[in-house]
Design a protein around this ligand. Structure first.
Ligand code: AMP
Length: 201
């Protein structure tokens, strides 16, 4: 399938892609260093201005809120999926399309079903849980949707070291590491998803 992607304000390029929706897993904390919120903002803008829909947890707080607001301001399509009991705590961003579900499991299932690929920004235990569960489904061949971890090179380093340790112990085959990658810019992350999407189709 062919899709027009804008590659800057004055230039448009045509690339082959089937990725339409990118799911974002990221932190909900407002207490983090500004550089993390800035990266979320940059990613939201990039996703929207390159014609992808952003699917995320629906919140207006932390990196979630920063990414969603940026995508919305860049006139992108955004879908937020929020469990009812978190409506107050995660302060739903209701300027964009949103769906209210009953449980965390329903949220995660819907985020997964509505997306073709995943980007993981810095986050806490919730982010880690969401990313690892989707990876564990890939490990069971339940899907082949690619995932890119995105930071400035340092945040997810211990996670990749842990994965190497797991592979060295032969608990997971080395080939599984091709399913996901560590990237340091929104452009690199989205390109990595596109490359892997084609490769895994
Ligand atoms: P955190 O990284 O801890 O700030 O959490 C990021 C997001 O993950 C928040 O929106 C949490 O509500 C969400 N989250 C935490 N645990 C889960 C879970 N088990 N399933 C789905 N979402 C979760």
């Amino acid at each position: 399938m062919s899709k027009k992607l804008s590659a800057g304000s004055d230039k448009r390029v045509e690339i082959m892609t089937s990725i339409k929706s990118i799911c974002l897993f990221c932190g909900s904390s407002n207490e983090v260093e500004k550089k993390y919120l800035d990266l979320a903002d940059e990613l939201g803008t990039y996703i929207a201005s390159h014609g992808y829909r952003l699917v995320y947890g629906g919140g207006g707080v932390g990196l979630m809120g920063a990414a969603a607001r940026a995508a919305y301001q860049a006139k992108g399509e955004v879908l937020g999926i929020m469990p009812r009991f978190l409506l107050q705590k995660e302060r739903i961003f209701d300027d964009v399309e949103h769906r209210i579900v009953d449980t965390m499991h329903e949220r995660k299932q819907m985020m997964y079903e509505e997306s073709d690929a995943f980007i993981v920004l810095p986050g806490g235990i919730g982010t880690l849980e969401e990313a690892v569960e989707v990876l564990s489904w890939a490990r069971l061949n339940l899907h082949a949707k690619p995932m890119a971890f995105l930071d400035s090179g340092e945040f997810w380093k211990p996670f990749f070291e842990l994965m190497d340790h797991i592979v060295k112990g032969r608990f997971t085959p080395a080939e599984f590491l091709d399913q996901f990658t560590h990237t340091t810019s929104p452009e690199q992350a989205v390109r990595a998803l596109e490359d892997r999407f084609v490769q895994l189709k």
